[in-house]
Design a protein around this ligand. Sequence first.
Ligand code: TYM
Length: 318
Amino acid sequence: MSRSLSLITPSGHLTLGNYLGALRPMAERQAASDCYYGVSDLHALTTRHDPDRLRVLTAEQQRLMVAAGLDRSTLFVQSRVTAHAELTYLLECVATTGELNRMIQFKEKGRDRPSTRCSLFTYPVLMAADILLYRPETVPVGDDQRQHVELARDVAQRFNATYGEVFTVPRVTTPPAGARVMDLAEPTRKMSGSSPEDHPGCLRLLDPPDVVRRKVARAVTDSDTGADAVRADREAKPGVTNLLDILTACGASAEGLHTYGALKAAVTDAVIAVLEPLQQRYADLDPAEVAAVFEAGEQRCREVTAPVLADVRRAMGL
Ligand code: TYM
């Protein structure tokens, strides 16, 4: 059976972007793959963070992952499987500063700032370690993680060519709709979980229906009042295009929608219909059971990754 792997960082309350771009496709893969899905808490340490908040967000995300239907997967919290940190160092001896310098996320969030944490620079190596440790064939992610998965592929190929065939070279998969959900208030920016908690452009998975309604009602569109105003055009109409994308990704049709008011009403209904069952399952879950599912998953991860780490060490001469 083929293997899939993906992680999500608890750097904020999860968003509709996380769900449409990653969580839902991750759940769908369970039918055909042996899946390993994690909470990348180590990645949350790469920018300023509050330890208590991280603990709360980690537990919330664990529960949301179960509520989103990842119940046929091996679930884990990254920091509790120490092989991730160990392989990261070994892969830092394979990745180069040139390739890390080219990473868009680092360029945007940290390069040229002296207070940037070293770990923000090496972030993609930790991510490569997350992936390569499990020898997965596929990595389901949203569009913004493509470049990082590409780096993991390059590192795997270089390692195999230099030290012998140890790693599987994984393939990235992104969903046909919802791979890049944009911010409702600034539709040229990606919807990001690390936005301020009350940011109106960001739909959170645990937002109650009235909050969803308010945020969608305030979504930026444009001043076009023509008969064909409701149409996709990423360059000229980013706000409207984003709403149409969300509508499609939530399984609804844009047919017969001619005004922005009608479009927003349809998006509100479609988003609430997706979130409601998820929120219901979240409310029904027992946190102690969620913790037990993750503990069992972490034990399995230790068993699965130990031989891979041993192969890497041997190949590198340790
Ligand atoms: P993170 O936590 O930023 O995002 C988690 C997943 O959600 C997707 N995503 C989106 N998809 C569509 N539209 C959006 N607006 C949107 N925002 C986020 C992301 O593409 C991602 O799939 N470094 C990674 C986590 C990670 C990882 C890994 C992923 C760590 N190790 C190994 C895959 C494999 C991150 O911070 O994603």
